[in-house]
Design a protein around this ligand. Structure first.
Ligand code: 13P
Length: 331
């Protein structure tokens, strides 16, 4: 039997975090295009290799979340990416949701799909690629007091709980990610309220469905004023409201909470993490906290890389420098 709480503890090793390198093919292409890089299957492989073959990256990362296409691509070491990560002592993870679609009856809200055939896919990922953990992302949009609707949160919570149950049965640790979007014109207090409501419903639904909470990692947004307000909250405000929501919603048996960057600037995501870590120690939170960023870890390196092999070394240096800053934010 796989010791799931042990995998969760390894993922939460102090002073390290998880890289989200699991953009879908469509999102990866859009990302590359936004840096002036012409996308192709080979460019997406080079994009993954830029990060996953960075020398000494294992000093900063416990796990990497991948997208299905990456599992069958090779790192520059000649190994498939999952085996390459394993050889560095990094746990390979896989995003298993199949993306979002508009919710019937409330089409501005999104519901995540991917439960159909999930058991079979999980068994294949584990057997073939030794994946130790998975991710499922749900999206919660704030619009004044109109959105989110309770029914959209509940529908996403039910699916997250069903996903988490099936993943544990398959012998892997589920990352449960209900992302409360940064986009919007809401206040930080409204963001906190929605974060708390969402996480409370997700945890309650997981309990109802007999998910083992000691083998679940919660991936969450920070409480932030909506991006369209133009207001950059102080890291202390972000830390206070984020931790208030987490303390109210997430029970102590959860072995760890990781943050997404959600479209924050690189320094903003780093500074907010530092303030959250500091306050978490002061109030003695029951769970360890770390990062599971995509954009805030990759942005600067992509700007430097520009898709050119001659820029790989300098782009990797930029990536390591950001990892060092983010890891320093945890101490
Ligand atoms: P960002 O850090 O870019 O928000 O991505 C993290 C993630 O995994 C979103 O699902």
């Amino acid at each position: 039997m796989t010791d799931l709480p042990q995998i969760a503890r390894e993922l939460m090793t102090h002073g390290k975090g998880i890289l989200a390198a699991d953009e879908s093919t469509k999102s990866a292409d859009a990302r590359l295009t936004s840096y002036g890089i012409i996308p192709s299957e080979e460019k997406r492989r080079e994009f993954r290799d830029l990060f996953l073959s960075t020398p000494n990256v294992e000093e900063y990362l416990t796990g990497v979340i991948m997208y299905e296409e990456t599992l069958d691509q090779k790192a520059s070491s000649g190994k498939l990416f999952p085996a390459h990560l394993e050889s560095k002592g990094i746990i390979p993870g896989i995003k298993v949701d199949m993306g979002t679609e508009p919710m019937p009856g409330s089409p501005k809200e999104l519901i995540t799909g991917g439960l159909l055939g999930l058991e079979e896919r999980l068994a294949a990922f584990k057997a073939k690629y030794h994946t130790g953990f998975t991710k499922w992302r749900a999206v919660v949009r704030i619009d004044g007091t109109k959105l989110p609707t309770t029914s959209s949160i509940l529908e996403n919570a039910k699916r997250l709980a069903q996903y988490a149950y099936v993943v544990q049965e398959a012998g892997m640790v589920p990352i449960v990610e209900p992302e409360v979007l940064y986009e919007g014109t809401h206040s930080i207090l409204r963001s906190k309220e929605v974060l708390q409501q969402t996480l409370t419903l997700v945890i309650e639904t997981m309990k109802d469905k007999n998910v083992d909470l000691s083998a679940v990692i919660v991936k969450t947004s920070m409480a932030l004023s909506g991006k369209e307000t133009g207001r950059i909250d102080s890291p202390e405000e972000v830390a206070e409201h984020t931790l208030d929501a987490l303390m109210a919603a997430v029970p102590s048996e959860v072995p760890g909470i990781v943050f997404l960057s959600g479209g924050q600037g690189n320094d903003q995501a780093t500074d907010n993490l530092a303030a959250i870590s500091k306050r978490a120690k002061e109030i003695n939170t029951p769970w360890p906290l770390t990062f599971s960023y995509s954009r805030a870890l990759q942005d600067e390196a992509l700007t430097e890389w520009k898709g050119e092999s001659s820029n790989v070394d300098s782009a990797r240096a930029v990536f390591i420098s950001r990892l060092q800053k983010v890891v320093a934010a945890l101490s």
